[in-house]
Design a protein. Structure first.
Length: 380
């Protein structure tokens, strides 16, 4: 699997080529950390093996496409390369995996970090600086409750949500793209055990490989409308997905237990090609902290998923008579099978959907039935 990889190159700068006492190793030593990045591609990150034994191919079931207007509304379809990182270093002295009592903070642009490390054991956390799209940051960082971990969460929006009341009566903003890497018990020792000598740099080097994994997961949604004939004119631009986590922990990558509804943008397209058929599609892209209580990046198959929530996807459709209705779909099975993100597809046959006579409310609660090609047909 292609992932972002942080390669920590710890350099003990010396004036000689031999490991002898005259190297003058003091209580702290200058070090260098080099970050090497390999782009996370959806094709390899969404490497699911479906229950049918077929390898998941999201492009084969994604009919909405992605054009310049989508990039303007949503951004890029996949993950984007971060270039600014926050570094947190925790010195635990002679105790590996010890509790954190203080933290050293740094921010770097690019892939080189230089600082000093005392001899002993260190824990290190790296995470990208949040890149804003709309100028307002949705993710909140909690570094004060405990130094042993950093938790992140988003805040409720102004939009009402029906699924997690009475505790949460509103949907939440979706988080921005976030990645983290965490390594514990990095041994910086006076004997230079675990170091190798680099003749070009005249320095002893220790390499620590850290996997920079996603904390937020991408879902692509599409409502495929058959036989529309102009009945549905568009969408109001906002949709919701329920049953996803409100928070996550950067050190462990584990999502929190609180389930919320996340709001996200949608866009309407006419005359899309679906295997030779002209269909209309309401498409969207959202980021979430994923399934509650899971580190989804480290799961290997759907049998490892532990999910107690139902996942409902809703959006408001606008009809050609000026009225609108909210359509609700149960996409629980799809979310669980695509636990690291993926395409969520529902289909409507407008020959069976009446045009509403009054606006507002839910048009129906769709019932999920299995449909060929790993999509679903919704009986109305």
């Amino acid at each position: 699997m292609t992932k972002y990889v942080l390669l920590l190159t710890i350099l003990l700068l010396t004036a000689a080529c031999r490991r002898e006492p005259e190297l003058h190793l003091y209580g702290t030593q200058p070090t260098e950390m080099t970050i090497i990045l390999a782009e996370i591609e959806l094709d390899v990150y969404w490497d699911y093996l479906l229950e049918t034994g077929v390898k998941y191919d999201w492009r084969a079931e994604w009919y909405y496409g992605w054009d310049d207007e989508d990039r303007r509304i949503f951004g890029e379809i996949g993950y984007t390369m971060p270039n600014v990182f926050n570094i947190r270093r925790y010195f635990t002295g002679n105790t590996p995996y010890g509790h954190h009592t203080k933290v050293l903070s740094n921010t770097i642009e690019g892939n080189i970090f230089r600082g000093e490390f005392s001899f002993g054991y260190w824990d290190m956390l790296a995470y990208n600086d949040v890149k804003l799209i709309d100028g307002v940051q949705s993710i909140n960082f909690d570094e004060t409750t405990t130094l042993d971990s950093i938790t992140v969460h988003t805040n409720p929006s102004m939009n009402a949500a029906r699924y997690h009341a009475p505790r949460f009566t509103h949907s939440f903003y979706e988080p921005e793209e976030l990645f983290s890497a965490y390594e514990q018990a990095i041994d910086i020792n006076r004997n230079l055990d675990g170091f190798v000598y680099d003749e070009e740099q005249h320095a002893y080097i220790k390499r620590v490989n850290m996997v920079l994994q996603p904390i937020t997961y991408i879902y692509l949604t599409q409502v495929i409308v058959h036989h529309n004939k102009g009945k549905i004119a568009g969408v109001d631009g906002l949709a919701n997905l329920s049953g996803v986590a409100r928070s996550s922990t950067l050190n462990s990558g584990r999502a929190g237990e609180d389930a919320i509804t996340v709001s996200f943008k949608t866009h309407w397209k006419n005359n899309c090609d679906m295997n030779g058929e002209q269909v209309d599609i309401a498409g969207g892209r959202l980021l979430t902290f994923g399934i509650c209580g899971q580190n989804s990046s480290r799961l290997h198959n759907v049998s490892e998923v532990r999910d107690q929530e139902r996942h409902y996807f809703d959006l408001k459709m606008q009809f050609n008579n000026g009225l609108d209705s909210t359509f609700v779909f149960d996409v629980t099975d799809q979310v669980r099978q695509r636990y690291k993100g993926g395409v969520l597809t529902v289909e409507l046959d407008m020959d069976t959907v009446p045009i509403p006579s009054r606006s507002g409310g839910s048009a129906f609660n769709a019932v999920v039935e299995e449909f060929k090609e790993e999509t679903h047909e919704f009986g109305l």
